[in-house]
Design a protein around this ligand. Structure first.
Ligand SMILES: Nc1nc2c(ncn2[C@@H]2O[C@H](COP(=O)(O)OP(=O)(O)OP(=O)(O)O)[C@@H](O)[C@H]2O)c(=O)[nH]1
Ligand SMILES: [Mg+2]
Length: 561
């Protein structure tokens, strides 16, 4: 592969990537247009300057493109008709020696590979040229429009067909602008021209004025536009088209293109060079777009991270001090620990087996361990929901002011709050967390001298006590904070320390807290991930902008002569 072909192939790849990852259909379409131009026009010519030139007949429905095509072919090879739009599949007229050139990497390869091109192999066309009858470019049929636009990207000469009654309706400036931007030569044909020479002159003058009044001509873009005409009534039923004599000047213009091989090559080279020189500018628009998206994505992510970090800090504070626990829950545990066998156990200490045994004989209400644990978890889940709701709504309130953010929010209205499935998932995780705590307590208990006491209090009570110890602890409490939370913390901790020893309890609480943090971290990560997913591919950092620029500049620097 030559260096130029390589640069073009890199560019086509980068553009294809852009098509896949663009955040909206308009931007994807813009990249796709340029990709086709690179893949279906530039790459084939760069590979072989002697590849046949492609002449494309473009225009609205019913203006006579197929009729003109048949006149050029001298045979009814493309159906002209009354039911509009008639031509839905492009028809290409190719000389037998050029027919192999519809292979891979050659002009029109993309369309013919997709089986969207009808090829008519006929000696009516001279070698070195292909004439393509396109579907209508302003079609009500989306696929017609797209095929016509694709052909525009592949053309070496565009014959722009209109009629005397249609030309003034609306000039397809976007098509003309793209043709001009691409630098492809244009030839205008006005079909069904009045035969009266004064009328004809008036129409010609009017058409020119119209073109010149257009936006584009400020740059002198159409000063050199060649306008030809075909008189009204010049039809020939035998070819299902226009009379060959009436299209003489058009045939001549096409023939001039072909003429001798040298001229054709130098024209191909000229148009390739013009097109290559135009690449950086065409690519710049897309590259700048990618950069703006990346910047927008970065600031949206920053807003997202700030909101969730703030919420996470708030949640941590609540867990640190146990303030997320409802007073009733604390009260229930305090009452239980403060009275009955546990309280006695705490005050009488390890070794008083007899007391424990007595307790077993005395009827006592069952400990509220499962209820307290469940409620503590419910309170924790409520608090996580509240904080993630706040983070989500804060993020959404910022994102909605950015076009990309607003687009993401419209994809997923659930982003204004926390995800509905999160509470039950978190509950399940907390269940596992509790199981690990239960296992650890059992292991710790088995290693202790006073394991009989531990056993008499029961795993249920110790488990709940251990869980509460993660949420409420006496560590940083001061006199002013002594309340129900602190009182519960003090007693709860005493119970654990009496059985397991202070150092063991401290290490255990720290590890359990670390495991809880990991659970909460993953909740926060997946809550944020919803925003990132809604943002789509633009959320991923990419070098696409510089890849596009590099490939376009590399291609533009290559000389073809
Ligand atoms: N009466 C009259 N009819 C004409 C003249 N020139 C072309 N036509 C008719 O106008 C119609 C043009 O149709 P087509 O050639 O199929 O037009 P097209 O541009 O290919 O249309 P689509 O394929 O739909 O995009 C045909 O029915 C022609 O016979 C003319 O000078 N006089
Ligand atoms: Mg047609």
């Amino acid at each position: 592969m030559t260096e130029l072909s390589e640069a073009l192939s890199d560019l086509a790849t980068a553009l294809a990537h852009r098509v896949e990852t663009a955040p909206d259909p308009d931007r994807a379409a813009r990249a796709e247009q340029l990709r086709r131009h690179v893949a279906e026009y530039l790459a084939p010519r760069a590979a072989d300057l002697s590849a046949p030139l492609v002449v494309v007949l473009l225009g609205s429905t019913g203006v006579g493109k197929s009729s003109l095509f048949n006149a050029i072919a001298g045979a009814p090879l493309s159906e002209s008709g009354l039911i509009r739009p008639t031509t839905r599949r492009p028809v290409a007229l190719v000389h037998p020696t050029d027919s192999p050139s519809l292979r891979e990497d050659r002009p029109l390869a993309g369309i013919s590979e997709r089986d969207q091109l009808d090829v008519r192999i006929d000696t009516a066309i001279a070698p070195g040229l292909m004439i393509v009858d396109a579907p209508d470019f302003d079609s009500v049929e989306r696929s017609n429009r797209e095929l016509a636009l694709e052909l525009l990207e592949a053309a070496d000469l565009v014959i722009f067909v209109t009629t005397v009654t249609r030309y003034a309706d609306q000039v397809p400036w976007d098509i003309l602008a793209r043709a001009r931007q691409r630098g492809v030569p244009l030839l205008a044909v006005i079909n069904r021209m009045p035969t009266d020479t004064t009328d004809e002159a008036a129409v010609m003058a009017d058409y020119r004025a119209l073109i010149e009044r257009g936006e584009l001509d400020r740059q002198g873009a159409f000063g050199d536009l060649e306008v030809l005409s075909v008189p009204e009534g010049a039809t020939d039923a035998a070819v299902d088209g226009l009379q060959r004599e009436a299209v003489g000047p058009i045939l001549e213009a096409i023939e001039r293109l072909r003429q001798d091989d040298d001229e054709r090559r130098s024209m191909a080279r000229r148009s390739l060079d013009t097109a290559l020189a135009g690449l950086p500018e065409a690519v710049e628009k897309i590259a700048a777009e990618v950069e703006r998206e990346q910047q927008a994505a970065a600031s949206l992510r920053a807003a997202l991270e700030t909101s969730y970090r703030a919420a996470r800090n708030e949640l941590d504070r609540e867990i640190e001090t146990g303030t997320f626990l409802r007073t009733e829950v604390l009260r229930q545990w305090l009452d239980y620990v403060n009275a009955g066998p546990v309280a006695r156990y705490i005050s009488e200490g390890v070794g008083r087996v007899a007391a424990s045994l007595r307790n077993l004989l005395r009827p006592t209400p069952p400990p509220p361990a499962p209820e307290v644990r469940e409620e503590a978890f419910a309170d924790l889940v409520t608090s996580v929901v509240r904080h993630t709701d706040t983070a989500a709504s804060k993020t959404a309130a910022i994102w909605v002011d950015d076009p990309h953010g607003a687009m993401a929010l419209s994809e997923d209205a659930g982003l204004w709050g926390s995800s509905p499935g999160m509470p039950s998932e978190l509950n399940a995780e907390l269940g596992e967390w509790m199981e690990v705590i239960g296992d650890e307590i059992q292991v710790m208990g088995a290693q202790l001298k006073g394991r009989a006491q531990a056993a008499s209090i029961g795993l249920n009570v110790l488990g709940t006590s251990a869980i509460l110890a993660v949420f409420i602890h006496t560590g940083g409490l001061t006199g002013a904070e002594i309340g129900i939370g602190a009182a519960t913390a003090v007693l709860n901790q005493k119970l654990l320390e009496a059985i397991f020893g202070e150092a063991n309890v401290a290490a255990f609480v720290e590890q359990a807290r670390a495991r809880l943090d990991r659970i909460l971290d993953s909740v926060f990560v997946s809550e944020q991930q919803r925003f990132i997913s809604a943002l789509g591919p633009m959320a991923r950092p990419t070098d696409l902008a510089s890849d596009l620029r590099r490939a376009a500049h590399a291609a533009a620097r290559m000389e073809t002569q």
